[in-house]
Structures are given as C-alpha cells and as structure tokens.
Ligand binder design. Sequence first.
Ligand SMILES: Cc1ncc(COP(=O)(O)O)c(C=O)c1O
Length: 314
Amino acid sequence: MINEEAILNPPFVNKNTPLQKVNDTFITERGINLYMKREDLNHPELSGNKWHKLKYNLLEAKKAGHTTLLTFGGAYSNHIYATASAGKLFGLKTIGIIRGEEHLPLNPTLSFATECGMEIHYVDRKTYRNKTDEKFIDELHKKFGSFYLIPEGGTNHLAVKGAGEIINSVKVKFDRIFCACGTGGTIAGLIAGLNGKARATGVSVLKGGGFLADSVKELLNSTGNAERDNWEILLDYHFGGYAKINKELVEFVKRFVEINDTPIEPIYTGKMLFAIYDLIKRDEIKENETVIALHTGGLQGLAGMESKMKETLA
Ligand SMILES: Cc1ncc(COP(=O)(O)O)c(C=O)c1O
C-alpha cells in the first residue's frame, strides 16, 4: 500500500511559506499592496513551483509501481535539479535526458543531480526535439527499461493539479497573481485554482512565447477546467529570450534584492517582477490593488548566471 500522505505532505516540505509584503516606496507610495508568495522557501532543493508540479507525479509513479523517473531538460534546468532531488527524497531512481553535449567539469546543476543519483544522458539538440514523440520514447524504453515519464519542465495534467493548490495557500484576498512562464504549467494551475476569482498573469520568459496561451488552454481543457477569461500571458518581458539578460534587468534585480533582502534570479522571478513594476509605471496596476507575485524558486540557477550578470554590469 502506498502511503499517500507521506508523498503529498512530507515533513520536509514547508506548506506555510511566508507571504512577504514588498516594502518598496515605489510600490507603497502608489497605494498598491504587493506581496511575494515565497514558494522558493518550501524546500531547499525541491523548491518553488517544482514541488507543486512534481508531487502528484511522484504519487502516480509510486501507485503504478514505478521505481524510476525519466525526464528532460537543459544543462542548467531547475526541473532537472528538482527531479533529481525528488528521486533522492522519495527513493526513486532518476534518469535525466540532457539537451546538448557533455561539458566537464559538470556545472553546479548537473553535479548536484548526479550527487543525488541521477543518471545523465546527453542527446544532441536535434534528437532532443523529439522529446514528446512516441517513437523516441519507445527507444528510451528499450534503452532504459521501465520508467515513469515526466515531460520537460514537469508540465502535465498532474502538474496543473499540484500548482493549483498554491492558490489556497495564499491567505490574503487579492486582485491579481503573477508568475513566470516557461511551459505554462504553473500558470495553468493558478488559473484552475482561482476558479474564476481574481486575475492570473503569466510572464513569458521565452522569446517565442506565443504558443503559451494555447498550451495553457489545452492544459485547462485536459484537466476539466472551465474556459475562463481572467488570465493572460505577457510576451514583452523576455529580454531577448530564455536566460537572456541586459543591464536594465540586472540592475532591477540587484535593487530588488537589496531593498527586500529577498533572493531572486533574473531568468524567471526577476523578469516577472520587472513586468509587475512596468505595469505599475503604466498605471495598469492601480491604487488599492492587491497583487501576489509568486516566487517560483530557481535560485540554484544563479550559480550559472553570476559571471554573465557581472559582465552585463561592466
Ligand atoms: C524558477 C521557475 N519559475 C517559473 C517556471 C515556469 O514554470 P512553467 O514551466 O510551469 O511555466 C520555471 C520552469 O519552467 C522555473 O524553473
């Protein structure tokens, strides 16, 4: 028998992460209440949105008797890092199919993953594009045997279910909630969790984020959620593309970290907060509104960004 409670409510995950008021005069002078939901603090490694997206997948894997998880990601992927951690914490073997070639020494993300016991396999970029093709998955089964497949970024219907639970953990009444979007799984969960109340805004961190709205609709449909119009995806805050940064963004992130004594990175949460500040400047977020910015973690990625951030400021 599977102990569901032990998987869904493990003692090492903090379910009551802080809701932290952003005390920046830029915000408070305008009479806006901005809070950060600090999901980065739910676990040191299996952190942020990753825990929420993985929890029901872990349960499903265990229920089906799987002993191995296989998933996909880039060499700096937060999802790879979190899946490796989950495997270690929940006693599952993990296999990471990594886009690109091996670079030694391993970067901090992959060295952590291997320390957790993840088996790393590199595939070239062209092959990696087949990550959702049945034929390719069959080949992986032939090579690795039986496994529970978690898609890239951890996004599937079970991720939507888990991410939806974030809404109930926000204990103030709010008008809007924001999160960064890569695959759209997290924002789909937030929209589902809102159930028509308040507004959800996703900030694409990718240049070609045009597909995100359709992906979100598909995820909502496939999880039996009603069509809603209380959400949107912003496409203008990617700063040139995934993990691309410029001086303006890095200065913004540095200022935010100093004022709020809260760590953020420029790949996801930094871009989302930049978007919120910009909407405030444009008066699209108004006096008396209460806004939640979801801190989705990803801080492990900072290790791979520091020199790039310094160069940007030089
Ligand atoms: C730190 C962080 N925030 C936000 C996201 C975006 O989540 P999603 O892929 O569910 O849109 C990701 C992953 O892609 C992430 O690693």
